[in-house]
Write a protein that binds this ligand. Structure first.
Ligand SMILES: C=CC1=C(C)c2cc3[nH]c(cc4nc(cc5[nH]c(cc1n2)c(C)c5CCC(=O)O)C(CCC(=O)O)=C4C)c(C)c3C=C
Ligand SMILES: [Fe+2]
Ligand SMILES: [Fe+2]
Length: 364
């Protein structure tokens, strides 16, 4: 292993914070087009944390079939949710990072908040390099996944570790592994449900749809399934729901293997065929709205439920920029930052640092 020469780290040349929070989400294509989808899916689906089948077999299937067919189909779906600012996942994640910065500042924490994507841009490695150049010495990595899974949380940690392998002067690093049972997160979810009920009325059942995973990952020890069930139970408790008034389901099945059950869309169809007229659906595992919630749930699943005899489908948005959700995220980050020097320095200290930096040749 060789280390590339690194530019010297700045020491007090700027008054910028030397502790950072790096909010990491999954990533999304640059554009809702087949070529952009091919680039995105090629990187995403080549991650052995995401598809756990022998490398050679998977490479043949991925390049021989999937990357020939899926990009155009997925691009058409992305086009239905794309905004003038870009992909919802990226737009919301950028907004969350900005708001988190403000909330942490209000709590008296002097930290820099940045965001990065596991697949696509801004990449985790490039963002960590940029933070180092800004003088950051400590990084709290906050994967935007409430429930831990190998495919998501661990994959973010892999990416940070790959960057660390090539980096000479490492910052101190910490990771948030999960927040599926965090009291603030559960309370914020419950608040969005109550607000939805006030706005649009209350359905006969609350379906909580989480992203799926191959069932074998549960048997191999991945805690994801248990953490989704726990989030579901805590949310139902917070809302005072009785058994039968709520249901946890899993969406976004990929391929032919058995994934975690019950599957979301077939469950909604079964409920409608069984006489349920009105349903509310929330996706508590998604930190922000994205293709999987806006298209797969609010378009496809809605249509399937109504087609099967349902009469009202209420979609409850993800936490996105909800003030309660942002406060919960800030409190979570604050807890994980404990023990690191994050207090705002006294203005005299900043002035002194600036004088010293100027004396040492730094530019204004
Ligand atoms: C192939 C297997 C997949 C696994 C395992 C998987 C796990 C997983 N994914 C999320 C969150 C998101 N996934 C999103 C999109 C998406 N997911 C897969 C496949 C797997 N996901 C694909 C192929 C795609 C791309 C879209 C498509 O072609 O269908 C997204 C949305 C991204 C966006 O741009 O909006 C999110 C978010 C979790 C939480 C998870 C395991 C717990
Ligand atoms: Fe996914
Ligand atoms: Fe999907």
């Amino acid at each position: 292993m060789t280390f590339a020469p690194e530019p010297p780290q700045r020491h007090g040349a700027t008054a910028g914070p030397d502790t950072a929070v790096l909010l990491c989400n999954l990533g999304t294509p640059d554009a809702p087009t087949a070529p952009a989808l091919r680039r995105y899916l090629a990187q995403f689906l080549a991650d052995p944390r995401v598809v756990e089948i022998p490398k050679l077999v998977w490479a043949l299937i991925l390049h021989g079939i999937i990357l020939r067919v899926r990009p155009a189909k997925s691009a058409a779906k992305y086009q239905t949710v794309w905004t003038p600012e870009g992909s919802p996942l990226k737009v919301w994640t950028a907004k969350q990072a900005k708001l988190l910065q403000g909330h942490l500042g209000e709590r008296g924490l002097r930290v820099r908040v940045a965001y990065a994507m596991r697949y696509g841009e801004p990449a985790i490695a490039a963002t960590l390099d940029a933070l180092k150049l800004e003088g950051v010495r400590r990084v709290l990595v906050l994967p935007a996944y409430p429930q831990y899974s190998g495919a998501t949380t661990a994959s973010v940690i892999d990416d940070v570790a790959r960057w660390a392998l090539k980096t000479r002067h490492l910052p101190e690093l910490r990771f948030v592994n999960r927040y599926h049972d965090d009291a603030g997160y559960i309370a914020a979810l419950a608040q969005t449900v109550r607000e939805h009920w006030q706005r649009e009325g209350r359905g006969d059942k609350l379906v909580m749809s989480f992203h799926g995973m191959p069932e074998r990952t549960l048997h191999l020890g991945d805690p994801y399934h248990c953490e989704c069930l726990k989030t579901g139970r805590l949310l139902a408790e917070a809302l005072g729901l009785k058994d039968g008034e709520w249901l946890v389901t899993f969406q976004s099945r990929f391929g032919k293997a058995k994934w975690l059950e019950p599957y979301t869309e077939p469950s909604l169809v079964k409920l409608a065929k069984g006489g349920l007229k009105s349903v509310d659906v929330i996706c508590p595992g998604f930190a922000v709205d994205c293709l999987e919630t806006l298209e797969e749930i609010n378009q496809e699943a809605r249509e399937a439920f109504l087609h099967a005899g349902g009469q009202r489908f209420g979609y409850i948005p993800c936490l996105n920029d909800h003030p309660n959700g942002m406060r919960a995220l800030a409190k979570l980050a604050e807890r994980h930052l404990q023990g690191w020097p994050t207090e705002a320095p006294h203005p005299d200290t900043l002035a002194l640092q600036r004088q010293r930096a100027l004396a040492a040749g730094a530019k204004e």
